[in-house]
Design a protein around this ligand. Structure first.
Ligand code: ATP
Length: 322
């Protein structure tokens, strides 16, 4: 393998830059040329491809976002768009591609590889942590710590004003961010899509808490496909049991900022592993980390097999969050 490309696609996540840096260093060490593709598949279709050297990735390890930019590309979903992308890969003589992103990115990579023969290796980069084949995705730890800092700050004001707060965190269809940030922040209740809940039960729980010694409470809500839904939940609680509350939707704050040490280390490890996999002739896999070891999962499994929340944490949440 003489020449490879790298792109970031889908939602950005802190640590993507650390991963690009690691891949560039690993490729150069093996005398493989590495080219950066700007704005994900959109840039591949538009031939936005440029060489990356060590200088290009200097001083980016601490930066959130992605120096390559990212995009969602509807054109790449059909074969005409992908044919243009393949022509550009051929023109640049790219033999293998590293794709940092989520499930959608890996679906696109699989189609591209089947239609072009180019080797593809996926790296899980998304704050949601919802990818099968890795314990953690790049960006998750940073997002959890961002949410935790917000919860800690809100606790100060909740205590002072003796208030109930709903804090809504990201997590499109999953409760990974809500579970970890809520547990770490000592939330009174977690509302996450994997665990059915009812407003009645929530009200009962809050009434019980406030009848006791509690004068303030924090409920962490996963947005789960309905950003802003915590306003509705807060209204329903007020209408049923009369508790006034405040709602704080963290939104895109959780995407930005400097990656945590854990995310940087994970990104470095997976960036190097991705280059090594391509150099060894592997294709069609995602590199992840399971029980501290590098793990290779067929790309197809990443969207066919769903990732579950950690059972032990779920079981403990009643004890730690009530
Ligand atoms: P995140 O989890 O952060 O949203 P993602 O990789 O899942 O990341 P998507 O927007 O779902 O983000 O996918 C990124 C891009 O991958 C899409 O914009 C599209 O160009 C391409 N893509 C997604 N699904 C397919 C598919 N079935 N076939 C071809 N390309 C696809």
């Amino acid at each position: 393998m003489k020449r490879i490309g790298i792109l970031t696609s889908g939602g950005d996540a802190p640590g993507m830059n650390a991963c690009i840096r690691a891949a560039v260093r690993a490729a150069r060490a093996q005398e493989i040329e590495i080219l950066g593709i700007r704005r994900g598949y959109a840039g591949l279709i538009r031939d936005e491809i440029e060489p990356l050297d060590r200088k290009a990735v200097a001083n980016i390890i601490h930066q959130g976002g992605t120096i390559l930019g990212t995009a969602r590309s509807p054109e790449f979903m059909d074969s005409e768009g992908r044919a243009r992308a393949i022509r550009n890969l051929e023109k640049s003589r790219i033999e293998g591609l590293i794709l940092i992103g989520g499930e959608g990115t890996f679906r696109g990579a699989t189609e591209l590889s089947q239609e072009s023969g180019v080797g593809v290796i996926g790296v899980p980069g998304t704050i949601d942590n919802d990818i099968y084949g890795t314990d953690y995705t790049i960006g998750f730890d940073s997002a959890v710590n961002c949410a935790l800092e917000a919860i800690d700050r809100i606790r100060d004001t909740a205590l002072s004003h003796e208030r109930l707060f709903f804090v809504e965190v990201m997590g499109r269809h999953t409760g990974f961010i809500a579970l970890e940030s809520g547990m770490a922040g000592g939330a009174e209740e977690l509302l996450i899509p994997e665990i059915p809940f009812s407003i009645d039960k929530l009200c009962e729980h809050l009434e019980r808490s406030f009848r006791g010694e509690k004068r303030s409470a924090i409920v962490v809500v996963a947005e789960s496909g309905r950003p802003g839904d915590s306003f509705r939940i807060a209204r329903e609680v007020r209408d049923r049991v009369g508790f006034d509350s405040r709602v704080c939707v963290l939104g895109h704050l959780q995407r930005g900022g400097s990656p945590t040490a854990r995310d940087r280390v994970l990104a470095g490890k997976l960036g190097v592993a991705a280059v090594q996999a391509l150099a060894a002739g592997k294709t069609g896999y995602m590199v992840g980390e399971i029980n501290w070891k590098t793990a290779y999962t067929p790309l197809r499994d990443t969207w066919k097999k769903g990732k579950q929340l950690n059972d032990e944490l779920v079981a403990m949440r009643m004890l730690l969050c009530e």
